[in-house]
Design a protein around this ligand. Structure first.
Ligand code: MG
Length: 259
C-alpha cells in the first residue's frame, strides 16, 4: 500500500458500506431466484437457461433506460414491483409469449426466491462486529425503499447501522454528491474521516475518491450479473483514480485499520 493510502486509512472515524455484492451476494441470489422462479413457473417450450438469458437481455436495455423514464423511476424508488414486473413482461415479449398475468406471477416468484437466497458473505458479521467496536458504521445503498429495507432485515444487519441511506428513501442515489454529503453529516465527520467500502467502481468508489473519502473496493470473482456477456467481474482499470485498497474479502480490511 502506498504511504498516502495508509495515511488516509489511519484517519478513518466512520465507515459506510454498500449493501448489494459488498455485504451480501445480491447477484448470486438474483441468479438462484430467477432459476427457481422459472422452474416453479415454466414458460411453455422455453428452457430455464433460455428464460434466464432472455431476462438478462431485457435487463440490459431496461436498467440503462430506467432513469430516463421519470414516472417509472419515481415508482421504482418506492417499490421494486412495477419495474420488476415490467422487466418480466419484456422477457415474455422477447420470447414471443406476452402476458401481463404471467409476468406478475413470475415477478412475485422471483422476488420471493431471490430474498430466500440472499446471504451475507461469510465474514460479514464478524467484520461488522469487530469494526463497530471502534467505528460508527453506516450503509449507503441504491435501490427501491421496500426491497432495500427487506434486504437489511433479511440479512439482520440493522442493529449495526448508525445511519442508513437508501436511494428509494432519499429520492436520489449514488453516485450523486448530495448522498455522500448527507452521509458525512450523519456521522458528523469531515470527508477525510470517512471510508466507503463498495463493489461498484462507478457508484461507490470513484465518487467517494472525488469527495475526499478513503475507499476500499471489494472485487470478487462472483460479482457478475445475470446479464453479463463476459461472465467476469468489472475489470480493474489500468489508469485513472484507484481506491486505497482492493480486497477479495471483507476481513482483509481489518489489518489496514489496525484491527
Ligand atoms: Mg453494490
Amino acid at each position: 500500500m502506498n504511504p498516502a493510502a495508509k495515511e488516509r486509512l489511519s484517519k478513518v472515524k466512520a465507515i459506510y458500506f454498500d449493501l448489494d455484492d459488498t455485504l451480501c451476494g445480491y447477484w448470486d441470489a438474483s441468479k438462484k431466484g430467477l432459476r427457481e422462479a422459472f422452474e416453479l413457473n415454466p414458460i411453455p417450450g422455453v428452457s430455464t437457461d433460455d428464460a434466464i438469458a432472455a431476462w438478462g437481455g431485457a435487463f440490459q436495455g431496461f436498467s440503462r433506460d430506467l432513469k430516463k423514464i421519470p414516472d417509472l423511476y419515481d415508482a421504482y424508488l418506492t417499490s421494486g414491483e412495477p419495474t420488476r414486473t415490467h422487466q418480466m413482461r419484456l422477457t415474455l415479449e422477447g420470447l414471443g409469449q406476452p402476458s401481463d398475468e404471467f409476468a406478475a406471477r413470475l415477478s412475485q416468484a422471483y422476488m420471493e426466491r431471490r430474498d430466500a437466497n440472499l446471504k451475507l458473505f461469510p465474514d460479514a458479521i464478524s467484520v461488522l462486529d469487530t469494526l463497530s467496536q471502534r467505528f460508527k458504521i453506516g450503509l449507503i445503498t441504491n435501490g427501491p425503499a421496500d426491497i432495500q429495507n427487506q434486504e437489511i432485515d433479511t440479512t439482520g444487519i440493522r442493529n449495526y447501522l448508525h445511519a442508513i441511506f437508501i436511494e428509494g428513501e432519499q429520492r436520489v442515489g449514488k453516485p450523486e454528491k448530495i448522498v455522500f454529503d448527507r452521509a458525512a453529516a450523519a456521522m458528523e465527520c469531515d470527508p477525510e474521516g470517512l471510508l466507503m467500502v463498495g463493489n461498484s467502481l462507478h457508484h461507490d468508489i470513484l465518487p467517494a475518491i472525488d469527495f475526499g473519502w478513503a475507499t476500499v473496493w471489494t472485487h470478487r470473482a462472483t460479482d457478475v450479473p445475470p446479464s453479463s456477456k463476459t461472465g467476469k467481474p468489472e475489470p480493474i482499470p489500468t489508469e485513472g483514480p484507484l481506491p486505497d485498497l482492493i480486497v477479495n474479502h471483507l476481513s482483509e480490511i481489518l489489518p489496514y485499520l489496525e484491527l
